[in-house]
Design a protein around this ligand. Structure first.
Ligand code: BGC
Length: 532
């Protein structure tokens, strides 16, 4: 999370006194709306772009190709159109850009105003989209939604990690991801319903219903209080302490407040976080964080999340069946994320990632073989049995992603960066993720047109590469306290240990020494539950 303050964890393993107050409950609802909003935007575009009325109005060229059928155009190329892809991808490009501004407002204005800015962007974006008269208005709406995503994904997880008591903080990381998947499913369900509306305005309802999580986020931001961490970071110490008392539901907040002051002091001492990030001893975490983001997107997941209905219709499913199948994959995504929440601290990160690697590789190869045999450029004879098999294989693939790369792609970077680079490291993580999300959104339909069924071989090759990366280069971080990563993980790793030998860097040492003073690693850790 860029430029953010530092959330506190219990000093010396002692729990601070804290009740689950109404403010904390509202915070959890905020997590839900921030994640839901993002997920809704991810999920809604695919269904909308497969609706004939939407295509007729904004992309008549594509509409004509789809209507003409496979006689004139290749099955695989029906939807290949840069403008159509831009409708989906522009959101991520805007989100990427907005992250830089959001990093600044989160630090200087606070978390709450940043969430409000996000809410306002979302609301205007939704209005423009639902009322769109032409392509320009439609894309402008998507860009504003993207700005909302940039601001919300920056501020909401940080806000949560700072406001929640330590004991429920860890779970919020995957909870955010769970809400993203629920948002996607919700969008798929809405699309399934609105596609049946006669009169050609169903797509407006689909895009307009994003207003529900957008409004909730805005109202939520108005209701909640600023975090004590942010107030302290901006020198408003008395206010910070008063807020801490209020949210913890007790007057006994001195130990936590002292911890918070120390964390803020240390955060200010890190003068050049981005330069720090590039130092040799921080290389393992940086390489892993960047690689995980690239790999997460190269699994091909968003080809499915963004374009499932279009993909199913490309394969010859009727419009209704295509949307219905997208609902099924969306539901599998939600349920499998629950599996991850349950098992990540039991079986560990590596087991989940490696098992999922095998499962994703297998299902993608099977899909490629079925399509290679059954769907050619100008004919598709996918019988009912094969069509069901394709859907089952896509679900097998989505399930594997949802209990591995989906949540862990975010969790692992957030728990491996040391204090000195955590905030800058999280910024880089978000940016690389959104950049590759943008690339997949912009390129998938063209790639489908050129690679045909081979697109699944392309993604499965990536799955092979990333599985080898996990096997050899990703250490297990299950149950390892964040401040002990250097000693217990990096220094013991066959490859990464070589980066741990120089200790003459200038600012904060990886061991937790700050300018010669031993810092309390535990009490000053930026919370691992901060997702973005
Ligand atoms: C990814 C998103 C993806 C979602 C699917 C997230 O972890 O970052 O790009 O759409 O999972 O559930």
């Amino acid at each position: 999370m860029a430029g953010g303050g530092f959330a506190t964890a219990p000093a010396n393993g002692v729990e601070f006194e804290a009740k689950i107050t109404p403010i904390v409950i509202i915070s959890c609802i905020m997590a839900a709306t921030g994640g839901l909003m993002f997920g809704y935007d991810v999920g809604v575009s695919g269904g909308v772009t497969s609706m004939p009325d939407f295509l007729k109005k904004f992309f008549p060229v594509v509409h004509r190709k789809v209507e003409a059928g496979a006689d004139k155009n290749s099955n695989y190329c029906k939807y290949d159109n840069q403008g159509l892809q831009l409708f989906t991808s522009s959101l991520y490009l805007a989100g990427l850009t907005a992250t830089f501004f959001a990093s600044y407002t989160t630090r200087t204005l606070g978390r709450r105003p940043t969430m409000l800015i996000a809410g306002v962007f979302f609301i205007i974006g939704v209005v423009l989209n639902a009322a769109a008269q032409d392509l320009a208005m439609l894309i402008a709406g998507r860009i504003l939604l993207g700005c909302g995503v940039g601001f919300a994904n920056q501020a909401v997880p940080l806000f949560l990690s700072e406001i929640a008591p330590t004991k429920i903080r860890g779970g919020l990381n995957i909870l955010f991801q769970l809400n993203v998947t629920i948002g996607i499913l919700f969008a798929n369900l809405v699309n399934y319903g609105t596609a049946k509306i006669k009169g050609g305005w169903g797509w407006r309802l689909s895009l307009g219903l994003a207003g529900v999580p957008a409004l909730l986020l805005t109202v939520g931001a108005l209701l909640v209080t600023e975090t004590p961490n942010s107030l302290v970071e901006r020198g408003r110490l008395d206010e910070g302490k008063a807020v801490l008392r209020k949210i913890r539901g007790t007057d006994n907040v001195e130990p936590e407040f002292a911890d918070l002051l120390e964390a803020s002091r240390l955060a200010k001492e890190v003068k050049h976080p981005f330069r720090n990030l590039l130092q040799r001893r921080n290389r393992p975490q940086l390489v892993i964080a960047v690689a995980l983001q690239i790999f997460q997107q190269c699994t091909g997941i968003n080809a499915i999340m963004f374009y499932a209905p279009v993909l199913f219709s490309t394969l010859g499913f009727g419009n209704d069946a295509a949307l219905y199948s997208a609902v099924v994959t969306g539901a599998v995504n939600v349920l499998s994320t629950l599996v991850s929440i349950y098992s990540v601290d039991k079986v560990g990160r590596r087991v989940l990632l490696l098992e999922a690697g095998v499962q994703m590789f297998f299902s993608q190869v099977v899909i490629a073989i079925i399509l290679g045999i059954k769907v050619t450029d100008h004919s598709q004879n996918l019988s009912k049995g094969f069509a069901i098999l394709v859907v089952v294989m896509i679900c097998t693939y989505v399930a594997a992603f949802a209990w591995s790369w989906g949540p862990l792609g975010w969790l692992i970077p957030s728990e491996t960066f040391p204090l000195e680079t955590r905030s800058a490291g999280q910024s880089v993580t978000v940016c690389v993720n959104l950049l590759f999300t943008f690339i997949i959104a912009q390129a998938f339909l063209s790639m489908l047109c050129h690679f045909k069924f081979g697109i699944f071989i392309f993604f499965s090759s990536w799955v092979l590469v990333m599985s080898f990366f996990v096997m050899f280069l990703l250490p297990e971080t299950k149950n390892i306290p964040i401040e002990e990563m250097t000693e217990r993980v990096w220094k013991k790793h066959w490859f990464w240990a070589r980066f741990m030998d120089d200790h003459h860097d200038d600012q904060v040492f990886a061991s937790g020494h700050v300018n010669g003073k031993k810092s309390n690693g535990k009490s000053n850790g930026f919370d691992p539950s901060t997702r973005l």
